[in-house]
Each structure stands twice: as structure tokens, then as C-alpha cells.
Design a protein around this ligand. Structure first.
Ligand SMILES: [Zn+2]
Ligand SMILES: [Zn+2]
Length: 215
């Protein structure tokens, strides 16, 4: 359990610059799941993060404490197929895909399943998708921002219990759009930056992005 925080062991979240936060994300391999760099910059404004001293007494992360671990395959035990590529972190209200290194949102469940069930006969696939959707819809899933908040909170309450997510892997670089003079968007994976360029700069003359190594 966390001891009362001092100004030394917590970042001052009032004047947080982007570095400490993005460093934490990098260490956990989390940058890759955010579509936009600014999404996680905004996290520093969660007021509750400013005072974690009272949170240690709340019944947070109860299942983790009582169950001894994340048990991220538990919801998929009825489906060998789903458990082969999906993990569900109940404590973080987060679903991760091992094959895509991405977080999966409810709006993408169907499309995502179809992608992974390619090559299965259409009749069998229909049944498989229905069954999978009923499992997924029973799970509480938050926005990435919400999940990240829970992860940060968890890391403060259990400082030595959090390791990089095996589903995401550790990214060695991020990508900055250079397709337009006005755009300098930074994204955590190649797939997202290519999609951004395709969607946002279809007419650009200099289509491209810069690779930004982590340091
Ligand atoms: Zn996937
Ligand atoms: Zn751009």
C-alpha cells in the first residue's frame, strides 16, 4: 500500500511538462495505444491525480489484490480463439490485442473480430462473431484516457507490480507527420501515422513522416 506521498515521490502534476508522463508511457509500452500524442498530454489535468494520498484507502483494484494478479485471459476461457489474441485487464478496463499491439474499443469489436476471423467459412464465422461479441459486450471497457488514468493510479498504489504490457511490446520509436506545414502530429505506431496521412492529407504533395527515436 502506498505511504502518504511527499512532493519527492510524485510528479507535481500542476506544472507537468510532457516529458515525465511520456516517459512513463514509453516504459510501459503504452504510447502505441494512443491515437494522438495530445490525448495523453491532456491526462495531466485529471484533478484526482493531484492528490493520491486519500486513494490508498479506497477499494480500488480489489480483484487484483484478492485474486493475485491480472488474470487477463479469464473472460475468454470459453473461447480458445479469443484468448489466443485478446487480453482483458479488468483493473484498467482495457482490452489489448496481442497480434495488432493495439487497444480495442467497443466500436471496433466487430471489425476487429472480422479481421482475425478471416479465412473461416462464412456460416461458422457468423456464429463465432456472435459468441465473441456477447463475451466482449459483458466487459467493462473505458476510453484510453480512462484506462491510462487507472494505470497511472495503479502504478502509484502498487509501485513495483506493473511491468510493460506483453501485448504491446516496447516501441523503439514514434512517428511525426511531415505531410503538411501546419501538422506536426506525433503518433506511436506506423499503422496510425499512415492512416492519419491517408485520411488527413489526401492531397499533400510531400507525403511523409519523420521517425523520432526514443531516448
Ligand atoms: Zn488484433
Ligand atoms: Zn498530419
Amino acid at each position: 500500500m502506498a505511504s502518504p506521498s511527499t512532493s519527492n515521490d510524485l510528479y507535481d502534476l500542476n506544472d507537468l511538462n510532457e516529458f515525465p508522463l511520456s516517459k512513463e508511457l514509453k516504459e510501459l509500452g503504452l504510447l502505441s495505444i494512443f491515437k494522438e500524442f495530445k490525448e495523453f498530454q491532456e491526462l495531466s489535468f485529471y484533478p484526482i491525480l493531484k492528490d493520491l494520498t486519500n486513494l490508498a484507502s479506497l477499494p480500488l483494484f480489489k480483484s487484483y489484490r484478492e485474486g493475485g494478479g491480472f488474470k487477463e485471459k479469464e473472460p475468454f476461457k470459453e473461447s480458445a480463439k479469443l484468448s489466443s489474441f485478446l487480453s482483458y485487464y479488468k483493473e484498467f478496463q482495457l482490452i489489448l490485442c496481442l497480434e495488432c499491439s493495439l487497444a480495442i474499443k467497443p466500436a471496433n469489436y466487430k471489425g476487429h473480430l472480422e479481421k482475425h476471423f478471416r479465412g473461416i467459412g462464412s456460416k461458422e464465422k457468423k456464429g463465432l462473431i456472435e459468441k465473441s461479441l456477447s463475451i466482449l459486450k459483458g466487459l467493462e471497457v473505458s476510453s484510453l484516457k480512462g484506462s491510462y488514468f487507472l494505470i497511472l493510479l495503479f502504478s502509484k498504489l502498487f509501485p513495483f507490480s506493473l511491468y510493460p504490457f506483453k501485448e504491446l511490446g516496447l516501441k523503439k520509436e514514434s512517428y511525426q507527420c511531415s505531410s503538411s506545414q501546419e501538422c506536426s502530429l506525433i503518433l506511436g505506431n506506423l499503422y496510425s501515422i499512415k492512416r492519419h496521412i491517408r485520411e488527413e492529407h489526401p492531397q499533400a504533395l510531400n507525403i511523409g513522416y519523420r521517425v523520432i527515436p526514443y531516448f
